[in-house]
Design a protein around this ligand. Structure first.
Ligand code: FE2
Length: 172
């Protein structure tokens, strides 16, 4: 069967099927809202965006957040691929900074970039700047590999530049 993008209803059914915690669902809805607002900005800059793909991938990017064994992004992709949603799987599996060492998992399409970037800009229910987000991660998780952490920041800022042409994310 040909792969297709799940509708909003199907996304919500998948979320219900795995029993995703409400905090993760709220986060995913916030990411979706921001991702679609960013899609507007990106389109204004002349880039094409597959909006249904952005919307579904935002809702489903953390679908395996609660029961992943190694990486919830990669395992979320596997889960969605098994359901026949290959395009969304391909976006979801590339949203985690920790996998950037593997070229396959580096976001390349505009939709993949929007999802990784939007996820970074939503923290504890609020839209924040990249600096605020990384400061929070630094204080809360005390990264064990400072060099890798700096690389994550550099990559996120590069994404911001590619998508929005600026180096400090807006809050609105
Ligand atoms: Fe995630």
């Amino acid at each position: 069967m040909k792969s297709r993008i799940p509708s909003e209803q199907e996304c919500l059914e998948l979320i219900a099927e795995v029993g995703l915690a409400s905090a993760v669902v709220m986060h995913s809805i916030s990411v979706k809202k921001l991702a679609l607002a960013l899609a507007d900005d990106v389109e204004k800059r002349g880039m094409a965006v597959n909006r249904p793909l952005v919307s579904a991938a935002a809702l489903l990017h953390d679908i395996k957040k609660m029961d992943a064994e190694v990486c919830h992004g990669i395992e979320g992709g596997d889960f969605l691929r098994k359901k026949g949603f290959h395009e969304v799987a391909s976006v979801v599996e590339k949203h985690c900074l920790i996998n950037l060492d593997d070229p396959y998992f580096v976001p390349k399409t505009t939709e993949e970039k929007i999802i990784m970037y939007s996820d970074l800009r939503v923290s504890t229910g609020k839209v924040v700047t990249l600096d605020e987000r990384f400061d929070y991660i630094k204080k809360r998780y005390k990264p064990k590999n400072p060099k890798a952490f700096q690389e994550y920041i550099a990559f996120a800022k590069q994404l911001e530049w590619e998508l929005l042409g600026k180096v400090d994310g807006r809050k609105d």
